[in-house]
Write a protein that binds this ligand. Structure first.
Ligand code: DP6
Length: 323
């Protein structure tokens, strides 16, 4: 009873930051993301009578610190399959883990698919999205490729809190230049950071209240393939999320000086007529979203900024797949 799945990371253009329900991991706001082709997690799950306890290896290291979250996800699938076998989970990320590059998104999407398939469960993507959400909110979006929207839903049990595709990457191919400014894992995870913001940030209420405006505007921009509108609202929403985080107690400043230099460089490029905008998740890396024709140019500018350690360029990718 073994299966392997590959899921890609995604980056949010309208961010998820805050929860309605921590037990079921229901987000307080909807979100819209793009799935990235070249940043992925591959996960093999094996269930069996001969396996005595659940284990989780990430990039060849036993990760006891992550085991509880992995087990929670396995438990959901075990209860749906009505089995009680333990599982061996072996995962590989091809990019830095826990540094604001959405490793929990690709990780829990791959885990959900691999665990479901190894138990012989053939669930539709919507159901996989609901299960992946309970592992990590952003993972619900990595079930799908291209442009994806995650819904808060209105049912208390989370059964209508899932993601669905808005537009395929073939319809509107974009590139993302990722500028890595730090390789180590961040000190405050998204999960802990958003919980702090909910409790202490004076801007949290306004963040939740104004999120639907950004969602409508970004959804419209994607449907109309209006790059300028997408750029304006995605940058605004990203800065709003970081303003909420920065005003938390203790303050959550996810940026370093290279992050700030990249923000200015991207804004300067756009002022000069290059179709590019930035977004930043709970970490110091910058993701510059642009049209494919300018990605080489954008990469060259970001690579030369002091503190940028590495860059990579990726197009948009597909949803989770069994391999
Ligand atoms: C800043 O999905 O990692 O990347 O549901 O607690 O696992 P949990 O949080 P997670 O949060 C992602 C936050 C973000 C914004 C986003 O991806 O929408």
């Amino acid at each position: 009873m073994k299966a392997t799945a590959k899921a890609r990371a995604n980056i949010a253009l309208v961010k998820y930051w805050g929860k309605l329900n921590t037990d079921l991991n229901i987000p307080a706001v909807g979100s819209i993301s793009i799935t990235l082709d070249k940043l992925w997690t591959e996960t093999e799950v094996e269930f069996g009578k001969s396996i005595s306890a659940d284990t989780f290896f990430l990039n060849n290291e036993a990760r006891k610190d992550q085991l509880d979250r992995v087990i929670s996800c396995l438990d959901i699938l075990r209860s749906l399959a009505k089995v009680s076998y333990a599982a061996r989970v072996v995962s590989h990320n091809n990019f830095p883990t826990g540094a604001g590059l959405a490793s929990s998104a690709s990780g829990f999407a791959a885990l959900t698919m691999a665990a479901a398939r190894s138990l012989g469960l053939d669930f539709p993507p919507k159901k996989l999205s609901i299960i992946a959400r309970q592992g990590s909110g952003s993972a619900a979006r990595s079930i799908f490729g291209g442009f994806v929207e995650m819904h808060v839903g209105s049912k208390g049990d989370g059964s209508d809190s899932f993601a669905e595709p808005i537009l395929s990457s073939d319809d509107w191919p974009l590139d993302v230049v990722v500028a890595i400014t730090e390789r180590k894992e961040k000190e405050v995870s998204s999960r802990i950071g958003m919980a702090k913001s909910e409790l202490t940030s004076p801007y949290y209420g306004e963040w939740v209240k104004t999120s639907p405006i950004d969602l409508n505007s970004v959804r419209e921009a994607i449907q109309a393939q209006d790059f300028e509108q997408l750029a304006e609202v995605a940058e605004l929403n990203c800065l709003k999320m970081h303003a909420v985080a920065i005003a938390s107690q203790p303050p959550l400043v996810y940026w370093n000086s290279a992050t700030v230099a990249c923000i200015h460089a991207v804004r300067e490029l756009r002022r000069s007529g290059i179709p590019v905008f930035f977004t930043i998740d709970a970490g110091p890396q910058i993701k510059a979203v642009c049209t494919p024709g300018v990605s080489k140019n954008v990469e060259k500018v970001l690579r030369d900024i002091p503190g940028v350690l590495d860059t990579l360029v990726t197009g948009l990718g597909p949803g989770v797949e069994e391999i």
